[in-house]
Design a protein around this ligand. Structure first.
Ligand SMILES: *Cc1c(COP(=O)(O)O)cnc(C)c1O
Length: 367
Protein backbone atom coordinates (compact mmCIF):
# COMPACT_ATOMS: atom_id res chain seq x y z
CA UNK A 1 0.00 0.00 0.00
CA UNK A 2 1.39 3.42 -0.95
CA UNK A 3 0.16 5.75 1.77
CA UNK A 4 -1.17 9.17 0.87
CA UNK A 5 1.16 10.74 3.43
CA UNK A 6 3.61 8.77 5.56
CA UNK A 7 4.12 11.14 8.49
CA UNK A 8 6.16 8.63 10.45
CA UNK A 9 8.68 8.32 7.61
CA UNK A 10 8.78 12.11 7.12
CA UNK A 11 9.57 12.78 10.78
CA UNK A 12 12.02 9.87 11.11
CA UNK A 13 14.26 11.76 8.65
CA UNK A 14 14.88 14.25 11.46
CA UNK A 15 14.68 11.91 14.46
CA UNK A 16 18.08 12.52 16.04
CA UNK A 17 18.02 16.30 15.72
CA UNK A 18 14.44 16.52 17.00
CA UNK A 19 15.14 14.24 19.97
CA UNK A 20 18.12 16.40 20.97
CA UNK A 21 16.07 19.59 20.75
CA UNK A 22 13.19 18.06 22.73
CA UNK A 23 15.50 16.82 25.46
CA UNK A 24 17.06 20.27 25.76
CA UNK A 25 13.63 21.89 26.03
CA UNK A 26 12.42 19.26 28.51
CA UNK A 27 15.44 19.90 30.73
CA UNK A 28 15.16 23.70 30.47
CA UNK A 29 12.10 23.78 32.73
CA UNK A 30 10.56 26.53 30.54
CA UNK A 31 7.65 25.45 28.29
CA UNK A 32 5.79 28.52 27.03
CA UNK A 33 6.76 31.99 25.76
CA UNK A 34 10.46 31.22 25.97
CA UNK A 35 13.68 31.10 24.05
CA UNK A 36 12.71 28.32 21.61
CA UNK A 37 9.63 30.17 20.43
CA UNK A 38 11.45 33.52 20.12
CA UNK A 39 14.22 31.78 18.23
CA UNK A 40 11.86 30.04 15.81
CA UNK A 41 9.88 33.25 15.27
CA UNK A 42 13.08 35.09 14.35
CA UNK A 43 14.33 32.31 12.06
CA UNK A 44 10.99 32.09 10.27
CA UNK A 45 10.87 35.90 9.94
CA UNK A 46 14.34 35.84 8.37
CA UNK A 47 13.33 33.00 6.06
CA UNK A 48 10.25 34.90 4.88
CA UNK A 49 11.93 38.30 4.81
CA UNK A 50 9.25 39.81 7.09
CA UNK A 51 9.58 42.00 10.15
CA UNK A 52 7.37 40.06 12.56
CA UNK A 53 6.39 36.46 13.15
CA UNK A 54 4.15 35.55 16.09
CA UNK A 55 3.85 31.89 17.05
CA UNK A 56 0.26 30.87 17.88
CA UNK A 57 -1.64 27.69 18.71
CA UNK A 58 -2.81 26.70 15.19
CA UNK A 59 -3.61 27.98 11.70
CA UNK A 60 -7.24 28.80 12.42
CA UNK A 61 -6.17 30.97 15.36
CA UNK A 62 -3.56 32.71 13.19
CA UNK A 63 -6.31 33.86 10.82
CA UNK A 64 -8.73 34.72 13.64
CA UNK A 65 -6.04 36.74 15.40
CA UNK A 66 -5.29 38.81 12.29
CA UNK A 67 -8.98 39.71 11.98
CA UNK A 68 -9.26 40.39 15.73
CA UNK A 69 -6.15 42.57 15.49
CA UNK A 70 -7.59 44.68 12.67
CA UNK A 71 -10.86 44.96 14.58
CA UNK A 72 -9.10 46.19 17.75
CA UNK A 73 -7.17 48.69 15.63
CA UNK A 74 -10.50 50.02 14.30
CA UNK A 75 -9.84 49.04 10.70
CA UNK A 76 -12.87 46.75 10.57
CA UNK A 77 -15.91 45.99 12.69
CA UNK A 78 -18.59 43.32 13.05
CA UNK A 79 -20.78 43.16 9.94
CA UNK A 80 -17.99 44.16 7.55
CA UNK A 81 -17.26 41.94 4.59
CA UNK A 82 -14.24 39.79 3.75
CA UNK A 83 -13.88 38.33 0.25
CA UNK A 84 -12.81 34.66 0.18
CA UNK A 85 -12.55 31.95 -2.46
CA UNK A 86 -15.54 29.62 -2.58
CA UNK A 87 -13.20 26.61 -2.67
CA UNK A 88 -11.19 26.49 0.49
CA UNK A 89 -10.81 24.51 3.68
CA UNK A 90 -13.48 25.38 6.25
CA UNK A 91 -10.99 27.12 8.61
CA UNK A 92 -10.75 30.18 6.33
CA UNK A 93 -14.51 30.69 6.78
CA UNK A 94 -14.52 29.91 10.50
CA UNK A 95 -11.93 32.62 11.14
CA UNK A 96 -14.14 35.20 9.43
CA UNK A 97 -17.47 34.29 10.98
CA UNK A 98 -15.95 33.79 14.43
CA UNK A 99 -15.01 37.49 14.39
CA UNK A 100 -18.55 38.55 13.45
CA UNK A 101 -17.47 39.38 9.90
CA UNK A 102 -19.35 38.40 6.75
CA UNK A 103 -17.69 36.12 4.18
CA UNK A 104 -18.37 37.01 0.55
CA UNK A 105 -17.52 34.17 -1.82
CA UNK A 106 -15.64 34.71 -5.07
CA UNK A 107 -15.21 31.99 -7.66
CA UNK A 108 -11.73 30.61 -8.46
CA UNK A 109 -9.99 30.11 -11.79
CA UNK A 110 -10.41 26.42 -12.57
CA UNK A 111 -6.87 26.17 -14.03
CA UNK A 112 -5.06 27.39 -10.90
CA UNK A 113 -7.76 26.52 -8.30
CA UNK A 114 -7.11 30.02 -6.90
CA UNK A 115 -9.43 33.01 -6.40
CA UNK A 116 -9.78 35.08 -9.56
CA UNK A 117 -9.22 38.85 -9.43
CA UNK A 118 -12.06 39.47 -11.88
CA UNK A 119 -14.48 37.73 -9.54
CA UNK A 120 -13.11 39.57 -6.51
CA UNK A 121 -13.81 42.87 -8.23
CA UNK A 122 -17.47 41.88 -8.75
CA UNK A 123 -17.78 41.07 -5.03
CA UNK A 124 -16.49 44.42 -3.66
CA UNK A 125 -19.08 46.57 -1.81
CA UNK A 126 -18.71 49.63 0.46
CA UNK A 127 -18.56 47.18 3.40
CA UNK A 128 -15.60 45.18 2.06
CA UNK A 129 -12.53 45.50 4.29
CA UNK A 130 -10.24 42.71 3.19
CA UNK A 131 -9.50 40.01 0.66
CA UNK A 132 -8.39 36.67 2.03
CA UNK A 133 -6.66 34.81 -0.79
CA UNK A 134 -5.84 31.17 -0.02
CA UNK A 135 -2.65 29.84 -1.61
CA UNK A 136 -4.45 26.59 -2.24
CA UNK A 137 -2.55 23.32 -2.58
CA UNK A 138 0.75 25.28 -2.33
CA UNK A 139 0.23 27.61 -5.30
CA UNK A 140 0.36 31.36 -4.75
CA UNK A 141 -2.86 33.31 -5.25
CA UNK A 142 -1.31 36.74 -5.71
CA UNK A 143 -0.75 39.06 -8.66
CA UNK A 144 -0.14 42.69 -9.52
CA UNK A 145 -3.84 42.92 -10.41
CA UNK A 146 -4.83 41.70 -6.95
CA UNK A 147 -2.55 44.26 -5.32
CA UNK A 148 -3.88 47.08 -7.52
CA UNK A 149 -7.48 46.11 -6.75
CA UNK A 150 -6.79 46.09 -3.00
CA UNK A 151 -5.13 49.50 -3.21
CA UNK A 152 -7.95 50.95 -5.28
CA UNK A 153 -10.56 49.98 -2.68
CA UNK A 154 -8.34 50.35 0.42
CA UNK A 155 -8.63 46.64 1.26
CA UNK A 156 -6.21 44.59 3.34
CA UNK A 157 -4.80 41.43 1.80
CA UNK A 158 -4.73 38.65 4.39
CA UNK A 159 -2.98 35.56 3.05
CA UNK A 160 -4.20 32.15 4.16
CA UNK A 161 -0.75 30.60 3.84
CA UNK A 162 -1.54 27.33 5.63
CA UNK A 163 -0.67 25.29 2.53
CA UNK A 164 2.12 27.25 0.84
CA UNK A 165 5.02 27.90 3.21
CA UNK A 166 8.14 28.43 1.07
CA UNK A 167 6.26 29.30 -2.13
CA UNK A 168 7.36 32.42 -4.01
CA UNK A 169 5.91 35.03 -6.36
CA UNK A 170 8.52 36.95 -8.38
CA UNK A 171 11.04 35.77 -5.81
CA UNK A 172 9.02 37.04 -2.81
CA UNK A 173 7.91 34.44 -0.27
CA UNK A 174 4.26 33.77 0.49
CA UNK A 175 3.50 35.36 3.84
CA UNK A 176 5.33 38.50 2.72
CA UNK A 177 2.99 39.48 -0.11
CA UNK A 178 -0.04 40.93 1.62
CA UNK A 179 -0.61 42.89 4.86
CA UNK A 180 -0.58 39.84 7.12
CA UNK A 181 -0.57 36.05 6.73
CA UNK A 182 -1.65 33.01 8.72
CA UNK A 183 0.41 29.80 8.77
CA UNK A 184 -0.49 26.31 9.98
CA UNK A 185 1.98 23.74 11.31
CA UNK A 186 -0.60 20.95 11.49
CA UNK A 187 1.44 17.70 11.18
CA UNK A 188 0.46 17.11 7.54
CA UNK A 189 1.43 20.57 6.29
CA UNK A 190 4.74 21.15 4.43
CA UNK A 191 6.28 22.37 7.70
CA UNK A 192 4.54 20.15 10.24
CA UNK A 193 4.79 20.03 14.02
CA UNK A 194 4.17 16.93 16.16
CA UNK A 195 0.85 18.39 17.22
CA UNK A 196 -0.82 21.74 16.57
CA UNK A 197 0.94 24.99 15.81
CA UNK A 198 0.54 28.17 13.78
CA UNK A 199 1.97 31.61 13.14
CA UNK A 200 1.13 35.10 11.94
CA UNK A 201 3.54 37.11 9.79
CA UNK A 202 3.32 40.84 9.09
CA UNK A 203 5.46 43.91 8.43
CA UNK A 204 3.04 46.09 10.43
CA UNK A 205 4.47 46.91 13.91
CA UNK A 206 1.17 47.98 15.40
CA UNK A 207 -0.73 44.92 14.17
CA UNK A 208 2.05 42.62 15.40
CA UNK A 209 1.96 43.99 18.94
CA UNK A 210 -1.86 43.86 19.15
CA UNK A 211 -1.87 40.24 17.93
CA UNK A 212 0.89 39.27 20.35
CA UNK A 213 -1.18 40.71 23.19
CA UNK A 214 -4.51 39.15 22.10
CA UNK A 215 -2.89 35.72 21.72
CA UNK A 216 -1.78 35.93 25.36
CA UNK A 217 -5.06 36.84 27.13
CA UNK A 218 -4.97 40.41 25.80
CA UNK A 219 -2.05 41.11 28.10
CA UNK A 220 0.19 44.11 27.38
CA UNK A 221 2.15 43.75 30.62
CA UNK A 222 1.84 41.10 33.30
CA UNK A 223 -1.72 41.07 34.72
CA UNK A 224 -2.69 44.17 32.70
CA UNK A 225 -5.33 43.30 30.10
CA UNK A 226 -5.98 45.79 27.35
CA UNK A 227 -8.04 43.40 25.17
CA UNK A 228 -10.41 40.50 25.75
CA UNK A 229 -7.85 38.05 24.49
CA UNK A 230 -7.45 34.37 23.81
CA UNK A 231 -4.98 31.78 24.96
CA UNK A 232 -3.30 30.90 21.67
CA UNK A 233 0.41 30.24 21.98
CA UNK A 234 2.95 28.08 20.20
CA UNK A 235 4.61 25.95 22.86
CA UNK A 236 8.36 25.54 23.31
CA UNK A 237 8.43 21.84 22.31
CA UNK A 238 6.66 22.48 18.99
CA UNK A 239 8.78 25.60 18.35
CA UNK A 240 11.97 23.56 18.82
CA UNK A 241 10.75 20.86 16.41
CA UNK A 242 9.67 23.42 13.82
CA UNK A 243 12.94 25.29 14.08
CA UNK A 244 14.79 22.07 13.32
CA UNK A 245 12.51 21.14 10.40
CA UNK A 246 12.61 24.67 8.93
CA UNK A 247 16.26 24.03 7.98
CA UNK A 248 15.11 21.28 5.61
CA UNK A 249 11.95 22.91 4.26
CA UNK A 250 13.43 24.14 0.96
CA UNK A 251 14.98 20.75 0.17
CA UNK A 252 11.70 18.98 0.99
CA UNK A 253 9.69 21.44 -1.11
CA UNK A 254 12.13 20.87 -3.96
CA UNK A 255 11.47 17.12 -3.84
CA UNK A 256 7.73 17.88 -3.99
CA UNK A 257 8.38 19.97 -7.12
CA UNK A 258 10.33 17.10 -8.72
CA UNK A 259 7.42 14.78 -8.03
CA UNK A 260 4.92 17.20 -9.58
CA UNK A 261 7.09 17.50 -12.70
CA UNK A 262 7.38 13.70 -12.86
CA UNK A 263 3.61 13.26 -12.65
CA UNK A 264 2.99 15.97 -15.24
CA UNK A 265 5.46 14.35 -17.66
CA UNK A 266 4.41 10.76 -17.08
CA UNK A 267 0.67 10.77 -16.52
CA UNK A 268 -1.09 10.54 -19.85
CA UNK A 269 -4.79 9.81 -19.66
CA UNK A 270 -7.47 11.72 -21.60
CA UNK A 271 -9.95 11.32 -18.76
CA UNK A 272 -7.71 13.32 -16.43
CA UNK A 273 -6.74 17.01 -16.22
CA UNK A 274 -3.36 17.61 -14.60
CA UNK A 275 -2.50 20.67 -12.47
CA UNK A 276 -0.49 23.45 -14.14
CA UNK A 277 3.07 24.27 -13.14
CA UNK A 278 3.53 28.06 -12.76
CA UNK A 279 6.17 30.03 -14.70
CA UNK A 280 9.76 30.19 -13.45
CA UNK A 281 10.32 32.54 -10.51
CA UNK A 282 6.97 31.51 -9.05
CA UNK A 283 7.67 28.48 -6.91
CA UNK A 284 4.68 26.20 -6.26
CA UNK A 285 5.36 24.07 -3.15
CA UNK A 286 2.88 21.29 -3.95
CA UNK A 287 1.31 20.74 -0.55
CA UNK A 288 -1.12 18.70 -2.63
CA UNK A 289 -0.98 17.35 -6.19
CA UNK A 290 -4.55 17.63 -7.37
CA UNK A 291 -5.93 16.19 -10.61
CA UNK A 292 -9.45 16.51 -11.98
CA UNK A 293 -11.73 13.93 -13.55
CA UNK A 294 -15.48 13.63 -14.09
CA UNK A 295 -15.14 9.97 -13.07
CA UNK A 296 -13.63 10.53 -9.62
CA UNK A 297 -15.39 7.85 -7.59
CA UNK A 298 -14.38 5.14 -10.05
CA UNK A 299 -10.78 6.41 -10.34
CA UNK A 300 -10.35 6.56 -6.58
CA UNK A 301 -11.75 3.06 -6.23
CA UNK A 302 -9.46 1.81 -9.03
CA UNK A 303 -6.37 3.29 -7.38
CA UNK A 304 -7.35 1.83 -3.99
CA UNK A 305 -7.53 -1.59 -5.60
CA UNK A 306 -4.03 -1.03 -7.00
CA UNK A 307 -2.77 -0.21 -3.49
CA UNK A 308 -2.59 3.57 -3.86
CA UNK A 309 -4.23 5.78 -1.24
CA UNK A 310 -5.74 9.05 -2.50
CA UNK A 311 -7.82 11.77 -0.81
CA UNK A 312 -10.30 14.46 -1.83
CA UNK A 313 -9.55 18.08 -0.92
CA UNK A 314 -12.36 18.80 -0.37
CA UNK A 315 -15.61 16.89 -0.97
CA UNK A 316 -18.06 19.62 0.18
CA UNK A 317 -17.49 23.36 -0.35
CA UNK A 318 -17.99 25.60 2.70
CA UNK A 319 -21.16 27.23 1.30
CA UNK A 320 -22.81 23.79 1.10
CA UNK A 321 -21.91 22.75 4.66
CA UNK A 322 -24.57 22.39 7.32
CA UNK A 323 -22.57 24.80 9.51
CA UNK A 324 -23.28 27.54 6.94
CA UNK A 325 -26.99 26.98 6.22
CA UNK A 326 -27.47 30.66 5.35
CA UNK A 327 -25.19 30.20 2.31
CA UNK A 328 -26.51 26.78 1.17
CA UNK A 329 -28.72 28.43 -1.48
CA UNK A 330 -25.73 30.08 -3.21
CA UNK A 331 -24.75 28.77 -6.60
CA UNK A 332 -20.99 28.77 -7.28
CA UNK A 333 -20.64 26.53 -10.36
CA UNK A 334 -16.83 26.59 -10.68
CA UNK A 335 -16.32 25.93 -6.98
CA UNK A 336 -18.87 23.11 -7.06
CA UNK A 337 -17.31 21.56 -10.18
CA UNK A 338 -13.91 21.57 -8.47
CA UNK A 339 -15.30 19.89 -5.38
CA UNK A 340 -16.94 17.17 -7.50
CA UNK A 341 -13.92 16.45 -9.71
CA UNK A 342 -10.71 16.82 -7.66
CA UNK A 343 -8.57 13.95 -6.45
CA UNK A 344 -5.22 14.29 -4.63
CA UNK A 345 -2.45 11.82 -5.52
CA UNK A 346 0.26 11.01 -2.96
CA UNK A 347 2.97 13.68 -2.76
CA UNK A 348 5.58 14.04 -0.03
CA UNK A 349 9.36 14.24 0.31
CA UNK A 350 9.63 10.55 1.21
CA UNK A 351 8.00 8.98 -1.86
CA UNK A 352 10.50 6.91 -3.83
CA UNK A 353 11.00 7.00 -7.61
CA UNK A 354 9.68 3.44 -7.80
CA UNK A 355 6.50 4.45 -6.03
CA UNK A 356 6.04 7.38 -8.41
CA UNK A 357 6.35 5.06 -11.39
CA UNK A 358 3.77 2.68 -9.91
CA UNK A 359 1.36 5.57 -9.32
CA UNK A 360 1.77 7.07 -12.82
CA UNK A 361 1.32 3.66 -14.47
CA UNK A 362 -1.78 2.95 -12.39
CA UNK A 363 -3.36 6.28 -13.35
CA UNK A 364 -2.46 5.71 -17.03
CA UNK A 365 -4.09 2.28 -17.06
CA UNK A 366 -7.42 3.61 -15.78
CA UNK A 367 -10.13 3.60 -18.42
C1 LIG B 1 -4.82 23.63 7.55
C2 LIG B 1 -5.51 24.85 7.09
C3 LIG B 1 -5.98 25.83 7.97
C4 LIG B 1 -6.05 25.64 9.45
O1 LIG B 1 -4.90 25.29 10.09
P1 LIG B 1 -4.98 24.48 11.50
O2 LIG B 1 -3.59 24.55 11.98
O3 LIG B 1 -5.44 23.10 11.20
O4 LIG B 1 -5.92 25.22 12.38
C5 LIG B 1 -6.49 27.00 7.45
N1 LIG B 1 -6.59 27.19 6.12
C6 LIG B 1 -6.18 26.26 5.23
C7 LIG B 1 -6.31 26.55 3.77
C8 LIG B 1 -5.65 25.05 5.68
O5 LIG B 1 -5.27 24.13 4.79
Amino acid sequence: MIKFLDLQKINLLHQEAIEARLLKTFRSGWYLLGEETRNFEQNLANYLGVKHVIGVANGLDALRLILRGYTELGFMQQGDEIIVPGNTFIATLLAITDCGLIPVFAEPDINTFNISVENIEKAVTPKTKAIMPVHLYGRIAYSNELKALAEKHNLKIIEDNAQAIGATWNGIKSGNLGDAAGFSFYPGKNLGALGDGGAVSTNNDELASVIRAIANYGTTEKYVNKYRGLNSRLDEMQAAILDEKLKHLDAENQRRQEIAVFYNNNIKNDAITLPQIPEKGNEHVWHLYVIRTTDRTRLQQYLTEKGIQTLVHYPIPPHKQEAYKEYNHLCLPITEKIHTEVLSLPISPVLTDDELTIIAEAVNSFQ
